[in-house]
Ligand binder design. Structure first.
Ligand SMILES: [Mg+2]
Length: 314
């Protein structure tokens, strides 16, 4: 059934407490757009467009142009026909009015991102206590400094981790073929390693496929599968490992849902530093679509100074 909505949008800009050091450079402010739709009976729906262009989505200005070009009244047909070149907009509009939403995500376990390098040890010591009984999941970035230096810290991390804890290693595509193999040889001997994420660059799919068949340690793709198009493409080319899904930039939630369900995709949902509006929608999909009990990557509230108050008034 077609619905008609009054449409409004407001851009926001949030400063990170500390500029975020990523593989792709320094990130200081998170910009996005909150959209508001009001249906025929006055019900309000909020959605969020949170692009990350260097990860494969449209830019903020492309998203703004798209919103500005829309009339103040739009139909559900418009919402479901946002073009594929605007995946963050597809997510924002469609998730706002998603009627298949559940709200059972409260008990999803969170993966804890450890600081890069040796600082990880301090955080790990503070986080785990002798009484910790539930399975904690941690993530640590590798491929940042010398291999030998990282292995030394890694060794201490492993000795600190309880056997019940899980550790994810995320290389952000920064390993060579040789170091990827050396990491995987080590990981195969350790019970705590949950997976190695994006060992090689996006252009080296076949090598990652080979690694995923050669080692016991699972490999997760992240940068390689940033949008639904890329998820489909990697699946077609034979990827049966883990897919890290950043729902807010992946594209249409209904198409994502259909694809993940029909192929029983082993997914891990993860944040793109969206506000709680986008986060709730992404966690809804996570609770519905993650086929294995894996922790989600949404532990990010400490990264902003504004405590999720983006101060938008309509
Ligand atoms: Mg990653």
């Amino acid at each position: 059934m077609t619905h008609t909505y009054n449409f409004e949008f407001k851009p926001y800009c949030r400063k990170f407490r500390q500029p975020l050091q990523t593989y792709h450079g320094i990130w200081e402010t998170r910009e996005g757009i909150i959209i508001r739709l009001i249906d025929e009976i006055g019900k309000i729906y909020l959605g969020e467009i949170a692009p990350i262009p260097w990860f494969g989505s449209e830019t903020m200005s492309q998203a703004l142009d798209f919103c500005q070009a829309l009339p103040s009244q739009i139909s559900s047909e418009t919402i479901f026909s946002v073009p594929d070149c605007l995946p963050a907009c597809q997510f924002g509009f469609e998730s706002a009015i998603d009627r298949d939403r559940t709200t059972k995500f409260a008990n999803l376990a969170q993966s804890i991102l450890l600081p890069t390098g040796e600082a990880a040890l301090g955080t790990l010591h503070k986080t785990i206590s002798p009484k910790t009984t539930n399975c904690d999941t941690f993530k640590w970035k590798i491929g940042v400094s010398e291999f030998s230096t990282e292995v030394r810290v890694f060794d201490r991390l492993i000795r600190t981790l309880p056997d019940t804890a899980k550790l994810r290693l995320d290389a952000n595509g920064g390993l060579s073929w040789e170091t990827a193999n050396r990491w995987l040889e080590m990981c195969d001997r350790l019970p705590q390693i949950e997976f190695l994420e994006q060992p090689l660059g996006v252009d080296r799919f076949s090598e990652m496929l080979a690694l995923s068949q050669q080692y016991r340690t699972p490999i997760a793709l992240d940068e390689s599968v940033s949008t639904l198009d890329r998820i489909r493409d990697c699946h077609t080319r034979g990827w049966r490992g883990i897919f890290v899904i950043k729902a807010a930039i992946a594209g249409s939630p209904s198409q994502l849902r259909a694809f993940c369900k029909s192929h029983a995709v082993d997914s891990v949902f993860s944040s793109v530093f969206e506000t709680q509006i986008g986060r709730k929608a992404a966690l809804n999909l996570a609770s519905e679509l993650q086929v294995k009990p894996r922790a989600v990557g949404f532990g990010i509230s400490d990264w902003f100074a504004d405590k999720d108050e983006i101060g938008i008034e309509w």
